[in-house]
Design a binder for this molecule. Structure first.
Ligand SMILES: [Ca+2]
Ligand SMILES: [Ca+2]
Ligand SMILES: [Ca+2]
Length: 364
């Protein structure tokens, strides 16, 4: 027993230290427990992304002046002129667009030429009421005051963040770029094959007409500048929308109207390149415009998303111009621009652009 007895002073000091250590231990354990409990509890609630759709479908559609008949909130003459001429005609457009979307039910639909949040809310309500489809809206008002047109995103799942960007003073001073008045960034995340897969998209509606090629090229430079870091980092990146490019898929030149910049070809390195999915569509089925033989509407993706890129993740499967959901009646209305709201409704086509949709899989 004596062997175990400590001198009183030592014993007291030891006991004090032991008690103090025990207290700290209990305190630390309690703190750690609550910290562990906190850390576990919070991520368990927020970390799990939406269940991955099977398949993932990403589409873009210029809805051509998707403006309601209420003109009191419009300022420009052209916005007023191009608005739906009556409540009845607006209802026709709204429900016909909803019925078309219900036929291809994209996970993500980037839209262009929409008036504001209100018309998008009307569209999601029409999709719910008439087709029992739940869509949500991502929208931030841009600043194209001339047309009052904007871009937006309809989505069924996955959206975690969306934003707009602005040029820095240095960028403005360089005069290299031209403002993207109609654009939006959106980040999506899904839970697939035991991990979170993410995708960052930039929706664009670039300047129209062949004459504006220089401006389009400057806008494309800006989009590329904003996207290149993520592309180089090997992220899943998408640029999509109505690019208004005159150049056809697969026929891109250095002095063209923006595709060369958007595809990252201005730099020699290939790590910042994007790939035009429309090149994978059959050659005779690439026209995205109702009247003109143009391929304005594109979906560009980064290398990790290509089918030929090995490994798991979000991979491209197919792309299709869905003209069948835009053209109604016996054929395409070549007089559409003059009869947009006057043609017999059974024959009347929806927009001067067709929807374009790409299908992806979550590869294990
Ligand atoms: Ca309006
Ligand atoms: Ca490059
Ligand atoms: Ca027709």
């Amino acid at each position: 027993m004596a062997n175990f007895r400590l001198p009183m002073a030592t014993s007291n000091r030891t006991m004090t230290i032991l008690a103090s250590n025990m207290q700290s231990f209990i305190l630390m354990t309690t703190q750690r427990f609550s910290l562990v409990a906190f850390l576990c509890f919070v991520p368990c609630l927020v970390a799990r992304a939406d269940k991955a759709p099977d398949p993932l479908t990403i589409a873009t559609w210029n809805l051509e002046w998707f403006f309601d008949d209420f003109q009191a909130n419009n300022r420009s003459d052209i916005a007023k002129e191009q608005s739906a001429p009556s409540t009845e005609e607006w209802q026709w457009k709204l429900y016909t667009v909803a019925a078309a979307i219900a036929k291809f039910q994209p996970t993500i639909l980037a839209v262009q030429e929409i008036e504001d949040r209100s018309v998008m809310t009307a569209l999601t309500k029409a999709l719910k009421d008439k087709h029992n489809l739940t869509y949500r809206v991502a929208f931030i008002e841009g600043f194209d005051s001339a047309t009052e047109q904007d871009v937006a995103i309809l989505y069924r799942s996955g959206l975690v963040e969306y934003s707009r960007r602005e040029q820095t003073q240095e960028m403005f001073a360089s005069k290299e770029f031209y403002n993207l008045s109609k654009h939006m960034f959106a980040k999506f995340e899904w839970q697939a094959n035991g991990k979170t897969e993410s995708l960052s998209a930039l929706v664009l509606h670039l300047r129209a007409t062949a004459d504006a090629a220089d401006l389009r090229r400057q806008q494309s430079k800006l989009a590329q500048a904003w996207m290149s870091a993520g592309i180089e980092a090997g992220e899943n990146r998408v640029i999509m929308g109505d690019l208004n490019v005159e150049e056809l898929a697969g026929n891109v030149t250095a002095n063209g109207d923006g595709m060369f910049e958007l595809l990252g070809r201005r730099t020699e390195k290939t790590s910042d390149d994007l790939f035009d999915l429309l090149e994978m569509a059959p050659e005779g089925k690439r026209q995205t415009h109702l009247i003109l033989e143009k391929q304005f509407d594109r979906i560009l993706v980064s290398k990790p998303m290509l089918a030929t890129t090995a490994g798991p993740g979000i991979k491209f499967k197919s792309i299709e111009v869905l003209s069948q959901y835009n053209i109604r009646g016996v054929g395409a209305d070549m007089d559409h621009w003059d009869t947009r709201y006057t043609k017999d409704r059974a024959e009347r086509d929806i927009s001067d652009h067709h929807p374009v949709m790409a299908t992806f899989e979550f590869r294990k």
